[in-house]
Write a protein that binds this ligand. Structure first.
Ligand code: DOR
Length: 453
């Protein structure tokens, strides 16, 4: 057949498809069908004549998910490229089955001006292996600019640090936070740790004699709870949507379960669900250091309970790479954060293989909910008319996670040597393979598009 007669650019053949629809986004069913793709979109599904395609990918025995999206990564560009950049961060994303990311503004310069924001979009367009969106950052001196910043092409919203972490961005009191809420319309993403309490307790880390497990004592559960309650009060009062990032404590989850509202969506990370103190600090030392910290079993178990009972909306990786050299200093002279964009899906698939969650939960937390909560256009479902941005997994494949496999510039993972069951086999961006059987390909990528609300 000549090219011009082909009705499909690509057929994904014989796979199981994880199906749901915008009308009932979280009612999933799995059906075996072919997917016919043309011009980057899903054109047709069913039993399709393979001769009508330029390319056929035999996916029998594999499961196709709508393209997963990581709504919290730090790719460090510009300014901190010795740790990461958009090219390598996004290579890491597609290697791990992620088709798009929301990237954080604590770069250098921080993403607090239109110029800095547009520069990132330009870098994304030139170098990213996956689709992308960026957060603008809220700072003391840019609050009047926020309405413009949040409406930039490729902007997923404004990020607020209520407690200081990596970088200089900080909105430490309620007056400032209220101003940010009054200026913005889109859902703001918030790192909730209470800055006054962190400052008050700083000596806990200063007097730690290099013991990194003190990190969780310094930035304690109360610091997180105070900030979450402060934020909750304001967003409910002002009826302004917020997205609470990387919730790490039982205390917050109990509060959020009682006060669940559309104004406060909730994220957890795979590392808070998987690692726990004291073991993580004994085994990984400062590699396990992050903000908010990895905490004890009771907190980890409460996160699982919240995940299963509807309190959690999204799983984001908080991919926050630092070099081994930086991590090898003595605590507290060590940066907080760990890479994760590449390991999220394998780690979650492994949890699913052990019966701790369902595959459809992964799709809900990493695709459907991000699409619905942030209003991402043309994504989220395997159905005709939607983008053919897809994540293909093998639920039976057992693999060992190694540092060598990690595409991130820092080349390490806290999950090193872990055997997992379930593995990403291919990542498609609008019908093109950005990753196929572990090999990466640079395909055309673009900023995610958001619905006007
Ligand atoms: O551990 C963290 N690292 N938490 C953050 O909030 C920031 C991140 C980073 O950028 O390194």
């Amino acid at each position: 057949m000549t090219e011009s007669n082909s009705s499909f650019d690509l057929i994904i053949s014989g796979a199981d498809l994880m199906l749901s629809s915008p009308k009932s986004p979280t009612q999933f069913k799995v059906e075996q069908m072919d997917i016919g793709i043309r011009d980057g979109k899903i054109e047709q599904m069913g039993t399709l004549p393979k001769s009508s395609a330029k390319e056929v990918f035999d996916a029998k025995g594999l499961l196709v998910l709508p393209g997963l999206i990581d709504t919290q990564v730090h790719f460090r560009e510009p300014g901190l490229e010795h740790k990461e950049n958009i090219q390598y961060g996004s290579r890491s994303a597609v290697a791990g089955g992620i088709t798009a990311f929301f990237e954080m503004p604590n770069t250098n310069p921080p993403t607090t001006t239109l110029e800095a924001f547009r520069k990132k979009v330009e870098i994304g367009e030139n170098t990213s292996y996956s689709d992308f969106a960026f957060y603008g950052g809220a700072a003391h001196d840019n609050i009047d600019l926020l309405p413009k910043l949040e409406n930039e092409r490729g902007c997923c919203g404004i990020k607020v640090f209520m407690g200081s972490s990596t970088g200089t961005l900080l909105i430490e009191n309620d007056d400032l936070l209220k101003k940010v809420l009054l200026k913005t319309k889109k859902r703001i993403a918030v790192h909730a740790e209470d800055e006054p309490r962190l400052l008050e307790r700083r000596t806990v880390s200063e007097n730690s004699a290099g013991d990194v497990s003190k990190h969780a004592e310094w930035r304690d559960a109360e610091s997180a709870l105070i900030a979450t309650k402060r934020l909750h009060k304001l967003v409910v009062e002002l009826k302004h949507p917020a997205h609470l990032l990387h919730v790490s404590t039982r205390d917050e989850m109990e509060f959020l379960a009682e006060h669940k509202s559309e104004f406060m969506t909730v994220e957890v990370t795979p590392q808070h669900l998987t690692l726990e103190s004291p073991d993580c600090y004994l085994n990984l030392g400062t590699l396990a250091q992050m903000n908010p910290p990895i905490r004890s079993t009771e907190h980890r178990q409460a996160l699982w309970k919240a995940l299963q009972s509807g309190v959690v909306d999204i799983i984001g990786s908080d991919h926050a790479p630092h070099t081994l050299d930086e991590k090898n200093n003595d605590y507290p002279n060590t940066p907080s954060g760990m890479p994760g964009v590449q390991t999220s899906l394998p780690i979650l698939l492994n949890h699913a293989s052990k019966g701790r969650m369902k595959i459809e939960d992964i799709v809900r937390f990493m695709c459907v909910n991000p699409v619905e909560i942030f209003g991402i256009k043309d994504r989220g479902y395997i159905a005709p008319g939607f983008e053919a941005s897809l994540t293909i997994v093998d639920l039976k494949k057992e693999s060992v996670i190694t540092d060598d496999w990690i595409e991130s510039k820092v080349g390490w993972t806290p999950f090193r040597d872990q055997t997992v069951k379930g593995w990403p086999i291919a990542t498609l961006i609008r019908g093109k393979f950005a990753m196929k059987n572990g090999e990466l390909h640079k395909v055309e990528t673009r900023p995610l598009q958001f619905l006007e609300r």
